[in-house]
Design a protein around this ligand. Sequence first.
Ligand SMILES: [Zn+2]
Ligand SMILES: [Zn+2]
Length: 472
Amino acid sequence: MRANVHIRFPQGAFARLHQRLLQDKQREAFALLLGQSHRFEDYTVIKVVEMDIARPEDYTSQGIAHLRLKREYIYDRLVKMQRQGHADTLIDVHTHPFCTQGAAFSGVDDRDERVFHQWLGDTLDNVHYASIVLSQTDYAARLWERRQNRLFAIPAQIKTQTVAEAWPCAQQPPDKRPCEQNTFARATDAQQGFLARSVLALGLENLRRMTNDQRIAVVGVGGLGSIIAEHLVHSGFMHLDLIDHDVLEITNLNRIVGAYYRDAKAARLKVKTVQQHLQRINPFATIHAHPQRIEEDSLLPVLARADWIILATDDHASRFKTQEIALRFGIPLLSAGVNITVEAGQISDMSGEVIIARQGDRLCLNCLGRISTTRLAAQAFPDLGKTLAARGYVSGAEVKEPAVKTLNALLATLSVDLLINQYTERQPHVPVWVYENNLAPCIYPDTDSVAQRRKDCFYCHDTCSDTAAVSH
Ligand SMILES: [Zn+2]
Ligand SMILES: [Zn+2]
């Protein structure tokens, strides 16, 4: 059964947490995390926004199989949480350093946490409570919830920004789910499997990371997004959510993969057309089509569950909104964009870029200067937009942008390669890559805009702070 609760950490934070807590193999250790909960009908995601690792003076006693904290420690943190008002969830974390594998809550943990949950409920309103126990190599996690006056511990899963950072969940061994295992075995079979040649390139372990429980949301399935989605399916990703409210036009047929003349004549939805195409390539993959605008609330539970959001739209409003959602739920974002400028009948610029903004990296489209407030305003107020478009600052919605498939395909390929690199970690992570096809085709990392980004960004800088970053 799929876990309905995710606890999502920003980049590097989970690794820091278990390294710090498990430094001492002779004594249990404790940390208190603050989180923001987002609850949907059958899904809850808790975004970790602060980590506080208990200092030696915060314990009254600490041993190989027990720990006791000073009452003031918890109390102080609770007061702080209330004062700051940015968190609504407490996550307590403790270690079982005697346990190398197979982390499990003990009877004592159960009793203590029940008592604490009761006390919390009596003391504060609307504070959620979750807990994590770490062995030396895996974890168990749960969310405590009161339903009809009974207390339930709902198993939770930890999500890190990259799978490479993740630890196995001891309650839910991924390889023991028979249906997923069968699909994977069939797909990677050396003779018959459709991923047989991908296994040879990427390796079985990397493919397992990409397929196991990973959901990718693609926002915008036009010239760029449709190729990205096709690449994802060819690469072995098994769960895609395609989001685009637009319908096909004849003028799209120079670049959208999976779209045929009759689809454009019938003004079919882009998501339905691309979904059908992908499902024909891999009927075992789960491809969902969402013909909605990114602003629609019905998309939130879909996006909240994504492991990556890929942004491939070309207007500032939807890019701004998509990133806002990614930041809200703590989801890593990969943004792809292309540009062709034609002046006096000549191409003066043909370029594109891929930006990877993981939560906790402290960069986003806003501080990188990739979303202009002028353009947002132009789209929100069309009359103003016309004036600005006339001056050449923005392309108004009614202006048809030049578009060619070769440029799209290059950026789509770069995007998916960079995404796969987040799983394989074959190359060091670089946040911004630029492709330019002007004097000569070239691809280079854009270190300048990363260095020159606005450092006090309001959007991405409140992600997660360690309050106890000082060492013991
Ligand atoms: Zn314990
Ligand atoms: Zn930012």
